[in-house]
Design a protein around this ligand. Sequence first.
Ligand code: KIV
Length: 292
Amino acid sequence: MSARPVASGAAPVTIATLAAMKADGAPIAMVTAYDHPGAQVAEAAGADVVLVGDSAAMTVLGYDSTVPITVDEMLMLAAAVRRGLRRALLVADLPFASYEASDEQAVRTAQRFVKQAGADAVKVERGGTTAQRARAIVAAGIPVMGHVGLTPQTATALGGYRAQGRTAEAAVQVARDASALVQAGCFALVFEAIPAEVTAALVPRLPVPVIGIGAGPAADGQVLVVHDLLGITEGPTARFVKRYAEVRKAMVDGVTAYVDDVRARSYPAREHGYAMAPGEAQRLPALLADLD
Ligand code: KIV
């Protein structure tokens, strides 16, 4: 495990920092990262919280949902992100089937993320029995972020990737899940794909910061998947995604230009190579002839 490095500039973000930001009405900016350069980008951009989301399953490992990603895969990604962060708080997702079975399983998995990857906190999905698991992890001294609304690990049970809380009764269920996680000791919540009115009604009732993704502007902060916001993801994205760059296009253009140069023999040019020491090229043929 790598301990959190000492911040060189601004003070590191802590759970107390996030609570103070909620109290002050200062928006919290959270973004995902899955590797060392991604962490450095998030850090340079001034993100307050960096999430090693299990969205990594789809964004960087090529699975078609978040379900298959393993603890070992997530640990490797989280450790790389840790090495790139100074100020931001590092939260790591506990992947599907790594915490639901028992309190013991939940605590053991969370401890691996702190000890082996250097995570500051872990995130768990759903209310219900997850609240009990969150309570056990918090009791073991590890901060927990909850995640309600659309919970991708159990999207099948929710009827697919669709907004949650669209009727008053369903919104009350979101409120119940959120409240159970807060009572279990969660220091913050993610609200995913929840109508803006529901977020606006619930955020003032919740004593911890609420980070929204597709949950409207009333949340205390926002989170997006970095591959979505940078335009690295191929194909359609959720309606809540705003694209801030077209990085995939820039990457394809760059690699295409390289491939074209190689085929045209215009790369490498003289300045991309090395030369022998003065006079040595003239001596070489005779020495090679001696080899024959
Ligand atoms: O896995 C993830 O990236 C997430 C965010 C979408 C909140 O859980």
